[in-house]
Ligand binder design. Structure first.
Ligand code: SF4
Ligand code: SF4
Length: 151
């Protein structure tokens, strides 16, 4: 008899709907609202590479020693330099970093003696082509491009 009454008055359906709507409250929200809200990544997360510059002069900190390229197991960093005849010092000319092959192990930044190369907490590395995944010196110094999407 009890079961029949529950069926007639749709008690099971109402109970199910109550549970569903109860979890619509924002305090139960567990999905991330990216890209409207950027998720927090772990403190030790290694993401987009950056080539640091001197904040006062804007000059690169990279001394073109090539140690990062030698340390990289994927051999994806290419550093080019030329000798300044006046100062007799090597100066960085080009620097490329193929993000599509990088496994973000951090060996390159550990090898850098002047903290010029850094793996930042930025995670937006998507590109529309394989060529777009190869970052040149300008992209490495200026950081990832801002997202085109506005919310
Ligand atoms: S993080 Fe690892 S794989 Fe990526 S460039 Fe540096 S050394 Fe190479
Ligand atoms: S190890 Fe550092 S200083 Fe040397 S080439 Fe790489 S980024 Fe430049």
């Amino acid at each position: 008899m009890r079961k029949l009454l529950r069926t007639i008055f749709l008690i099971d359906l109402i109970e199910g709907l109550w549970v569903t709507f109860h979890y619509q409250h924002p305090k139960y929200r567990c999905t991330e609202q990216y890209p409207a809200e950027r998720p927090k990544v772990a403190e030790r997360y290694r993401g987009a590479p950056r080539l640091n510059t001197n904040p006062e002069t804007g000059e690169t900190l990279c001394i073109a020693c090539n140690l990062c390229a030698l340390a990289c197991p994927e051999k994806l960093i290419v550093v080019s330099s030329e000798r300044n005849e006046k100062t007799r010092r090597k100066e960085l000319t080009t620097f490329t970093f193929d993000t599509s092959r990088c496994m973000f192990c951090g060996l390159c930044e550990d090898a850098c003696p002047v903290d010029a190369l850094e793996l930042t907490q930025d995670f937006e590395l998507a590109s529309y082509s394989r060529e777009g995944a190869i970052w040149d010196r300008q992209m490495l110094e200026e950081g990832p491009r801002p997202t085109k999407y506005k919310f």
